[in-house]
Design a protein around this ligand. Structure first.
Ligand code: NAD
Ligand code: DAU
Length: 332
């Protein structure tokens, strides 16, 4: 039994990870989360109180971070400002949370000699051409495009520096696009599903040719646990499930699964600097740690996700209006 501190555990991937840890280990979890617009305590409902404790707080607050590191054996750091479109509108919170917040955690990991796992994104590598036969590997040079991805890249580099300069016991993982339950309705897949539920036509940026490499959040969680348990200190592991799809095909699949014609969507203003394609080669993780994704069938995972949003309207209803008002103001 170990004591895990999970930052951002009331967000999409963090809450999926907490559910996964409770179901698959006997670890005790403390969640540290600021509950920004993206955090939702309802995502942690149903978890046993003797296994999961919630603390509301900011990762930039060194005092609360220090206190919680003192009580933890390992830390998994999910907390972030995570949405590219928001980072184009107002980059400042991305610098505060993603850069300064990571710095505060690393200093605590250094003081307490705590095992630290850093959650990052494939977006740090920039984007690929549609016909590029290469995929991202741990050796791909960093080349982030957006304020969001540049702050994630900066946070990864801080981790590497704290490992080398101060001997912090850290690992890093860079994962591709996640889908599944508890994802905020600002993101592509839940936005389109909840649009259809509300009778709004799905919105596709630009021509819809951009490719994302989809992985179920549950597979991301099992990979993170494998790295936490068996990953080599100082190493980076890419996490992906060979799930490349272009946005137009994903929208068509959502519409078909929800009983509508595949072309019942609108093209809207494209995202500035929109990355064309992400694709992950996760051979290192699979060969070194024996990890395999279990949700290989994207259409079945998407159908489950649609069911989840239909069954949990109270979870997302409050956020939907403000999210659509923001997009409407941007012509999206
Ligand atoms: P999210 O936006 O759904 O959740 C972020 C959580 O962090 C929220 O609960 C929020 O309240 C909390 N938070 C934000 N600022 C905080 C602060 N200063 N202090 C404490 N808590 C704070 O994000 P997500 O999609 O779950 O992403 C989680 C992590 O995974 C991020 O680091 C992101 O970069 C990374 N990631 C996401 C994806 C994806 O597809 N969503 C893919 C790869 C990596
Ligand atoms: O690759 C990992 C990254 O995936 C994570 O680091 C980010 O935190 C996460 O938000 C996600 O970034 P993306 O920008 O790829 O995800 P998003 O859901 O915003 O958009 C996915 C694709 O869909 C992208 O090509 C933009 C497009 N899109 C998005 C929205 C919201 C649309 O076409 N229409 C939309 O309404």
């Amino acid at each position: 039994m170990a004591r895990l501190l999970v930052t951002g555990g009331a967000g999409f991937i963090g809450s999926n990870f907490v559910h996964h840890v409770v179901a698959n280990t006997d670890h005790h979890v403390t969640v540290l989360d600021k509950l920004t617009y993206a955090g939702n305590l309802a995502s942690l409902e149903g978890l046993p109180e003797d296994r999961v404790r919630f603390v509301q707080g900011d990762i930039c607050d060194a005092a609360i971070v220090d206190e919680l590191f003192d009580q933890a054996d390992s830390v998994v750091h999910y907390a972030a400002e995570s949405h590219n479109d928001n980072s184009l509108n107002d980059p400042r919170p991305f610098l505060d949370t993603n850069i300064i917040g990571t710095y505060v955690l690393l200093e605590a990991a250094r003081r307490h000699e705590t095992r630290y796992h850093h959650i990052s994104t494939d977006e740090v590598y920039g984007d690929l051409e549609l016909d590029d036969p290469e995929r991202f590997t741990e050796q791909t040079p960093y080349n982030p495009s957006s304020p969001y991805s540049s702050t994630k890249a900066g946070s990864d580099l801080l981790v590497r520096a704290w490992v080398r300069s101060f001997g912090v016991q850290a690992t890093i993982s860079n994962c591709s696009n996640n889908y599944g339950p508890y994802q905020h309705v600002e993101k592509f897949i839940p936005r389109q599903i909840t649009n259809v539920i509300r009778g709004i036509r799905p919105k596709l940026y630009g021509r819809g040719e951009n490719v994302r490499d989809w992985i179920h959040a549950e597979d991301h969680s099992s990979a993170v646990l494998a790295i936490l348990e068996g990953g080599r200190i100082g190493e980076t592991y890419l996490i992906g499930a060979d799930g490349e799809k272009n946005n137009k095909d994903v929208v068509a699949m959502i519409l078909r699964l929800m009983g509508l014609p595949e072309d019942a969507f609108d093209h809207v203003t494209d995202r500035a600097g929109h990355d064309l394609r992400y694709a992950i080669d996760s051979s290192k993780l699979r060969e070194e740690l024996g990890w395999e994704p279990r949700f290989g069938d994207f259409e079945a995972g998407l159908a489950d996700t649609i069911r989840w949003y239909r069954d949990h309207e109270s979870w997302w209803a409050d956020a939907k209006g403000a999210t659509e008002a923001f997009y409407a103001s941007k012509g999206q």
